[in-house]
Write a protein that binds this ligand. Structure first.
Ligand SMILES: [Zn+2]
Length: 176
């Protein structure tokens, strides 16, 4: 009689961890169900650049060429050179709190990139006065849709503006 209870105690001790394990796994499953939405916020990424649709719009507007110097950087199938989506009015610290930052009017597809300093990216970075004069860079208070920009496709003696629908508007420089 005494051995039987001892055996049972031993069995119980063996069973106990298993029983504890089951409630634990059930608890986790339940927890996952209850906290299902919780992991999703962790996947949020601070989007500081233009979305895919906007990049596509700008790429089409540029016809695959650097919008400042005109060199081909996308042949329709893929990138053939260093490139970057340049913000005319720079992003402020902390990312894109202003949605206008990533609108087509504020973006230029240019050759060169921050990781490969060359081409027009380097030009804009190194010659601020020139960049401001040509509308490649804007001050914080300037509206990208209202400020003319000198593009590779800008006809001589004309001025061009970028709209948010991807259209480039052209006007005779003498009329503006
Ligand atoms: Zn260029």
């Amino acid at each position: 009689m005494k051995r039987t209870p001892l055996n049972r105690r031993t069995e119980l001790r063996v069973v106990s961890p298993l029983q504890r394990g089951k409630p634990l796994s059930r608890g986790r499953e339940g927890g996952t169900g209850t906290d299902g939405p919780a992991p999703r916020p962790a996947k949020r990424v601070k989007a500081t650049g233009p979305d895919a649709a906007t990049r596509r719009l700008v790429l089409d507007r540029a016809d695959g060429c650097c919008e400042i110097c005109g060199v081909l950087i996308h042949d329709g199938d893929g990138w053939v050179g260093e490139h970057s989506f340049h913000h005319r009015r720079p992003r402020r610290m902390g990312g894109s709190s202003d949605p206008a930052t990533n609108r087509p009017s504020n973006l230029l597809l240019i050759c060169g990139s921050a990781t490969s300093p060359a081409g027009c990216h380097l030009l804009v970075e190194s010659q601020r006065a020139l960049a401001l004069g040509n509308g490649w860079l804007l001050h914080a208070e300037q509206n990208p849709t209202l400020e003319p920009v000198e593009l590779a496709v800008t006809p001589p003696a004309h001025r061009t503006w970028l709209k948010d629908d991807g259209v480039i508007t052209v006007a005779d420089g003498t009329n503006t």
